[in-house]
Design a protein around this ligand. Structure first.
Ligand code: ADP
Ligand code: MG
Length: 340
C-alpha cells in the first residue's frame, strides 16, 4: 500500500496513535497548531535539531525503516547527552518520496518510538510533506537540565584530561563493510561494528552521570570524528590538546578488521584513521579538571562509567597534537567529515 491511498491526514492519525498517551506535562501534543508543554521548575531548556537526507546521511539499500527511525532520533538525543541534559520531547518532520510504502513509514515510526520509550521522550508534533526523490528527515529534540549541571564546549582549561566514552571508529568501519560487496559473505563477523553504524546508542546515561556529579569542564558528542569534534572544544575554550594514540579505545571487531584486512604497509597509520577521523560514533568527548580526575578514574575502574583517558588539554591554542610511543608526533590528512 502506498501513501496516496491513505493521504496526509490519515497518516498523521496513524502517527498520533503510535505516539501514545501524552505525559502530564504535555497540555497539547499532536493535533493542534503548536504543541503546548509545561517546563520543569529550576531547569533550562535545551533545543536541538538534525537533518538527515537520503543519499547524504543514509542509504536505503542497507537501512530498514526501523533502524533509520531509531538512528534519526538517536543522533538528536546524542546532542542532548553532550550538554549533560535529559531529553523530554521531540518533533519529527518528514518529506516522503511518493514511492515509499506505508509499511516503511510505519516501521520508521516504530523504530523511533521504541527508542523514545527507552529514554522516556514523547513525540509532540512534526510536519509531513511529499517530495520528488529523496527522503528527508528533520528531528527536533527538546530537553532540560538544571542550570548548574549544563556542560558546554567552552570550559576546557590547560591541565584538564581528555576522556572519551565507548570505542571509536566502529561506525565508520561498519559503514565501509556495508558498502563493500566483497564483505557479503563474512558480514556476520562484523555484526557489532555494523550495528554501531546502523543503530548508535546515545550516551544519555553517561552525560547525566557526569553532569549530576559536575565532573566535566567541557563536553561534545562525536558526529564528525574525534579530531574534528575535539577541535570544537579547543576553539571554544581557547586551548590546545595532546592525544595519546595508543590510549584511543578500539573494539574487538575493529582490531579484528585491521588484523585480517588492512594493508598497513601503504600507510603505517591507516588503522587509526577511522578512530581519529571517522564520524558517527556518537560517543562523548569530555574534559576533566585535575582535581576531579581521580574520581573519574575510580568510576571507570569500578565499571560505573565506560570511558578512557586519551589525552590532555594544554595552552597551545587550537592545536591538536597526536603522539605515539612517548612523543613521536603524527599528522592526519583530514580531521573528519566535511559537507562543503
Ligand atoms: P499545520 O498545517 O498547522 O502545520 P499539520 O496538519 O501539518 O498542521 O499538523 C497537524 C498536527 O499534526 C500538528 O500537531 C503537527 O505537529 C502534527 N504532525 C504533522 N505531521 C507530523 C509528523 N510527521 N509527525 C508527528 N506529528 C505530526
Ligand atoms: Mg504542518
Amino acid at each position: 500500500m502506498d501513501l496516496s491511498q491513505i493521504g496526509e491526514f490519515e497518516l498523521i492519525e496513524r502517527i498520533k496513535r503510535k505516539a501514545g498517551s501524552p505525559r502530564p506535562s504535555i497540555i497539547m501534543g499532536i493535533g493542534d497548531d503548536s504543541a503546548a508543554i509545561v517546563p520543569s521548575p529550576q531547569c533550562i531548556s535545551l533545543v536541538t535539531q538534525d537533518l538527515l537526507i537520503e543519499g547524504i546521511h543514509f542509504n536505503l539499500s542497507y537501512f530498514t525503516g526501523y533502524n533509520l527511525g531509531k538512528k534519526a532520533l538517536s543522533v538528536n538525543l546524542s546532542d542532548i547527552a553532550a550538554m549533560g541534559g535529559i531529553p523530554k520531547y521531540f518533533l519529527a518532520s518528514l518529506a516522503i518520496p511518493k514511492h515509499l510504502s506505508i509499511h516503511f513509514i510505519d516501521e520508521f515510526y516504530q523504530g523511533m518510538m521504541d527508542l523514545a520509550g527507552v529514554f522516556d521522550v514523547s513525540l509532540i508534533g512534526g510536519d509531513t510533506s511529499s517530495c520528488r526523490k529523496e527522503l528527508f528527515i528533520n528531528i527536533t529534540v527538546i530537553g532540560e537540565v538544571p542550570r548548574e549541571q549544563l556542560i558546554l564546549r567552552n570550559g576546557a582549561r590547560p591541565g584538564d584530561y581528555i576522556f572519551v566514552t565507548g570505542s571509536l571508529g566502529d561506525s565508520c568501519m561498519g559503514l565501509k563493510i556495508l558498502q563493500d560487496s566483497s564483505f557479503q559473505d563474512d558480514r556476520n563477523k562484523y555484526n557489532y561494528i555494523i550495528e554501531r553504524h546502523l543503530s548508535p546508542w546515545p550516551r544519555i546515561r553517561e552525560g547525566r552521570f557526569l553532569a549530576e556529579r559536575r565532573l566535566a569542564s567541557a563536553m561534545i558528542d562525536i558526529s564528525d570524528g574525534l579530531l574534528s569534534d575535539l577541535r570544537h572544544i579547543c576553539v571554544e575554550s581557547g586551548v590546545g590538546a595532546t592525544l595519546w594514540l595508543e590510549k584511543i579505545p578500539l573494539s574487538e571487531e575493529y582490531r579484528e578488521y585491521f588484523f585480517s584486512h588492512a594493508k598497513s604497509s601503504d600507510h603505517e597509520l591507516k588503522e587509526w584513521d577511522p578512530a581519529l577521523t571517522g564520524g558517527e560514533d556518537y560517543e562523548l568527548i569530555f574534559t576533566v579538571p585535575p582535581q576531579k580526575w581521580p574520581i573519574v578514574e575510580e568510576f571507570i575502574r569500578t565499571g560505573m562509567l565506560n570511558a578512557a583517558k586519551i589525552g590532555e588539554i594544554n595552552e597551545a591554542k587550537e592545536r591538536i597534537r597526536v603522539i605515539l610511543e612517548g612523543d613521536r608526533e603524527i599528522t592526519f590528512q583530514e580531521e573528519g567529515y566535511r559537507h562543503f
